[in-house]
Design a protein around this ligand. Structure first.
Ligand SMILES: Nc1ncnc2c1ncn2[C@@H]1O[C@H](COP(=O)(O)OP(=O)(O)OP(=O)(O)O)[C@@H](O)[C@H]1O
Length: 315
C-alpha cells in the first residue's frame, strides 16, 4: 500500500513539474506536424506527425521521394499554409496560432524563400538591384538604407556586378543568387529553399549551394533546403529524409582528424519520435522480410530486432 502511495506521489510530483517544451531552444521546431489536404471528398495525408528540430545557424537538407511531403513542410514553415494538427514554431513563433498581421510580419522579416523556378523568384522587368529593393520597400525601409542594403546583399551573394541587369540577361546560377539576395534582403532568421538547384546543371548547382552556405556563414541565417540533388544533400552537415510524411532518418556529416589527416565521416541515424516510434529503412525490412510485427530484445546497450518466426500465428 505504502509503495503504491509513494509511486502515485512521485507521478503527481512529476506531472506538476513544469515540463520543458519539445525543442525549446531549437530555431525551427515541428512537433507531430500533420497536414491533410481535402479536395472533392478525397483526403491526402501529406504530413503524418512529422518531428523536426533545427538549431540556430544550421544548414539542413531535406530529402525524400516525390510526394513525401517536402513542399508541404516548407509551405507551413514559410507561413503560406497552416498545419491541420501538431505544431510548428520558427524563432519561438507558433505558426498555427498567428493572427493575419503576425503572419504578414513573419513572412516579411523572419523567413526568406527561394523557389525552384528562377522565373518565380524575380520580376523579369526589374533589374537585379530593383528586385532586391522590392521586399525592402514593402518593409518600409527608407531609400538611403535601402540602397545600402541592396548593394550589401548583392555583394554577399557575389553578384554585385549584375546589379543593373534584368533576369533575362543573367545566367541560371546568377538568377538564383539574385533570388537568394532578394530572399535575404530583410535579413530573415531562416532561409527556406525549395529545390533551388532543380533547374540547374551540376556546376551551377554547386555555385548556388555555395551561395546558400555563404549566407549562412556571413549573415548567420539558418538554412533549410529541400532537394532531390544528391550532390547538394551530400555537402551539408545534416540531411533529414522524409518518408510518407514523417521524418525517417538523418545523416550527420562531420570532419574528423586522424593521423594528422582530415576526412569527412557520415553517420546515419534513424529518427526516434517522442512516442517511441522508429522507422526502419526499407532496405533493412526488405532484406530480412520484416512485416507486421517483429521481436524485440533489450541488451545492455542495444536493442535487437528479429523477424517474427511465428509469422502470421497470433495465438
Ligand atoms: N494542394 C494540394 N491538394 C491536394 N493534395 C496535395 C496538395 N499539395 C500536395 N498534395 C499531396 O500531398 C502529398 C505531398 O506533396 P508534396 O508536394 O508536399 O510532396 P513533395 O515531397 O514536395 O513532392 P515533390 O518532390 O514531387 O515536389 C502528395 O501526395 C501530393 O499529391
Amino acid at each position: 500500500m505504502s509503495t503504491a502511495v509513494t509511486a502515485l506521489e512521485e507521478m503527481e510530483r512529476r506531472a506538476a513539474r513544469p515540463g520543458e517544451a519539445y525543442g525549446a531552444d531549437a530555431h525551427v521546431v515541428c512537433d507531430g506536424l500533420v497536414r491533410i489536404y481535402r479536395t472533392e471528398g478525397v483526403e491526402v495525408l501529406a504530413l503524418q506527425g512529422l518531428d523536426l528540430l533545427v538549431r540556430r545557424g544550421e544548414v539542413v537538407a531535406v530529402v525524400g521521394a516525390s510526394g513525401s511531403g517536402k513542399s508541404t513542410l516548407l509551405g507551413i514553415l514559410s507561413g503560406l499554409d497552416r498545419p491541420t494538427a501538431g505544431s510548428a514554431r520558427v524563432g519561438g513563433q507558433d505558426l498555427g496560432t498567428m493572427t493575419r498581421a503576425q503572419r504578414l510580419r513573419f513572412r516579411r522579416h523572419v523567413v526568406g524563400f527561394v523557389w525552384q523556378q528562377t522565373s518565380r523568384n524575380l520580376l523579369p522587368y526589374l533589374t537585379a538591384a530593383e528586385n532586391v529593393a522590392v521586399p525592402l520597400a514593402a518593409a518600409g525601409v527608407r531609400r538611403r538604407a535601402r540602397e545600402r542594403r541592396v548593394a550589401e546583399s548583392l555583394e554577399v551573394l557575389g553578384v554585385g556586378d549584375c546589379r543593373d541587369r534584368r533576369p533575362g540577361e543573367l545566367s541560371g546560377g546568377q538568377q538564383q543568387r539574385v533570388a537568394i539576395a532578394v530572399a535575404c534582403a530583410n535579413r530573415p532568421e531562416v532561409l527556406l529553399a525549395d529545390e533551388p538547384t532543380g533547374e540547374l546543371d551540376e556546376a551551377t548547382s554547386a555555385e548556388v549551394l555555395g551561395a546558400l552556405r555563404g549566407v549562412n556563414r556571413e549573415l548567420g541565417t539558418t538554412v533549410l533546403v529541400v532537394t532531390h540533388d544528391e550532390a547538394v544533400a551530400g555537402q551539408v552537415e545534416r540531411t533529414v529524409a522524409i518518408r510518407d510524411g514523417r521524418t525517417a532518418s538523418e545523416v550527420v556529416r562531420r570532419v574528423e582528424r586522424r593521423d594528422g589527416q582530415e576526412r569527412l565521416v557520415a553517420t546515419e541515424y534513424a529518427v526516434l519520435d517522442r512516442a517511441g516510434r522508429l522507422q526502419l529503412p526499407r532496405e533493412f525490412t526488405e532484406a530480412l522480410g520484416l512485416r507486421e510485427r517483429v521481436r524485440l530484445e533489450l541488451g545492455p546497450d542495444h536493442i535487437v530486432v528479429r523477424p517474427d518466426e511465428r509469422g502470421g500465428d497470433r495465438g
